[in-house]
Design a binder for this molecule. Structure first.
Ligand code: HEM
Length: 422
């Protein structure tokens, strides 16, 4: 027997703004609460998808133990801007591709080769403001750091940073173009051409003269006799800039926004840096950089609140699921010491938050993101021991598909300028 998805009742609909409305963009969390409680499955006409908001449903879709879901949505959601990427693959094809790229993002490769790159990029950015006593952490650090790290890991020219930033911003806008704005779609497709014109010659040069960088590793990597073509590598680099740039950018801004808003937790992290992991895990739960991930149904599927037909698009509301009161106590409270979120597994596919998804497409860059956040937060706290928000500034978030603080103007006493103590 099948059940139709529940329509929110009039009173619930009026208290739960549509996901494309300005009210939702201003504060999605109240709407998420109403959806979880009263409309866990919503047929959403404008995005032609089914919205799901409960932890158990989103977790089930991501884990996909019964093979009921595909990532075919990426054929229209990202292929027009990136080309065909790992996100669209499944089964053995996905496993082989993942095995080709994953080693660079974990273990010795990450620790020995890329950690120094991460540390250096954080230091260079902080050097630009460490003596000034004030900065905007979003503009001066968060939006620049992850994309510089990826460009450096790939061995690309950092002088082109502004272009990378513009490209990934356009790509993310395309991905989150829920309202179908034609200008956003056209800009995304232009970016695909510009990025290909930039990257393909670089890939060809790197094939003939490989170096010690990630791009060279991708050019030579081989699993079961399979290698990546120029087009595959270009598409993967394009995905890396967007998937690794925009997300970690928002994560770093959000961890600071959350800690600056909770000075006692900021003080605890400043004193005990091993708490950075917990603060990052709780930030991923409380204010995830990616709020929505889509899937297609391969078969008819029963979820809380009704049945989704085969061949439909499901929009998994990560931001809602991560605040499900049946999973987390007092979910709207930021608390790095909460006991119902496991810090040690937060960056692996055993994570109990949903910010990196779960299952076979679990974020391949999770440990890289963790290394970036750890290095960035450590260095920023060293440079700005008494960091605080500029007087009267109240942080606000922007974005519906991806989401993070708009800006974070802070003040601090530069380290050398602090009066001697004792
Ligand atoms: C806090 C930062 C990050 C967040 C919140 C995040 C989030 C996600 C999510 C939700 C997915 C799953 C997409 C899906 O299942 O449809 C994903 C996959 C992916 N992420 Fe991340 N990501 C982050 C950092 C990074 C970094 C730093 C990189 C690399 C530079 C990266 C590269 C990727 C790739 C390549 C995939 C596709 C994996 C696959 O299909 O097997 N991500 N990420």
């Amino acid at each position: 027997m099948t059940t139709a998805p529940q329509e929110p009742t009039a009173s619930h609909a009026s208290s739960s703004p549509d996901i494309l409305s300005p009210a939702f963009a201003a504060d999605p969390y109240g709407a998420y609460r109403t959806m979880r409680a009263h409309a866990p499955l919503i047929r959403h006409e404008a995005t032609d998808s089914y919205l799901i908001s409960r932890y158990e449903d989103v977790e089930r879709v991501f884990r996909d133990k019964a093979g009921e879901f595909t990532t075919d949505n990426y054929d229209w959601q990202i292929e027009p801007v990136h080309g065909r990427t790992i996100l669209q693959l499944s089964g053995r094809e996905h496993a082989v591709r993942r095995a080709l790229v994953a080693p660079a993002f974990r273990g010795r490769e990450l620790q020995e080769k890329f950690l120094p790159v991460i540390e250096r990029n954080a230091r260079e950015l902080i050097d630009a403001f460490r003596h000034s006593g004030e900065t905007d952490l979003v503009e001066a650090f968060a939006t620049r750091f992850p994309v510089l790290v990826i460009a450096d890991m790939l061995g690309l020219d950092k002088a082109d940073h502004d272009r990378f930033h513009a490209w990934y911003t356009t790509v993310i806008a395309f991905l989150g173009n829920l309202a179908g704005d034609p200008d956003v779609a056209a800009a995304g497709e232009r970016t695909r051409q510009e990025f290909a014109a930039y990257m393909i010659p670089v890939i060809q040069r790197r094939r003939s003269a490989p170096g010690d960088d990630l791009l060279s590793a991708l050019c030579t990597a081989e699993v079961d006799g399979v290698r990546m073509s120029d087009e595959d590598i270009k598409a993967f680099c394009s995905l890396l800039l967007a998937a690794g740039g925009e997300t970690t950018d928002k994560a770093i801004a959000s961890i600071f926004a959350n800690l600056l808003g909770h000075p006692e937790q900021l003080a605890a992290v400043r004193e005990d840096r091993s708490l950075i992991d917990r603060a990052f895990a709780e930030t991923l739960r409380f204010t995830p950089p990616v709020h929505m991930i889509m899937r297609q149904t391969a078969v008819e599927v029963e979820l809380s609140g009704g049945t989704v037909p085969a061949g439909a698009t499901v929009t998994c509301l990560i931001g809602a699921a991560n605040r499900d009161e049946s999973r987390y106590r007092d979910p709207d409270r930021f608390d790095i010491f909460r006991t119902d979120l496991t810090g040690t597994t937060a960056f692996s596919a055993a994570a109990d938050h949903l910010a990196f998804a779960l299952g076979r497409h679990f974020c391949v860059g999770a440990l890289l993101a963790r290394a970036e956040v750890e290095a960035g937060v450590n260095q920023l706290l060293d440079a700005m021991p008494d960091v605080r928000l500029a007087d009267g500034y109240v942080p606000s978030e922007q974005g519906v598909f991806t989401r993070g603080p708009t800006s974070l103007p802070v003040r601090f006493t530069p380290v050398g300028a602090r009066p001697d103590r004792g």
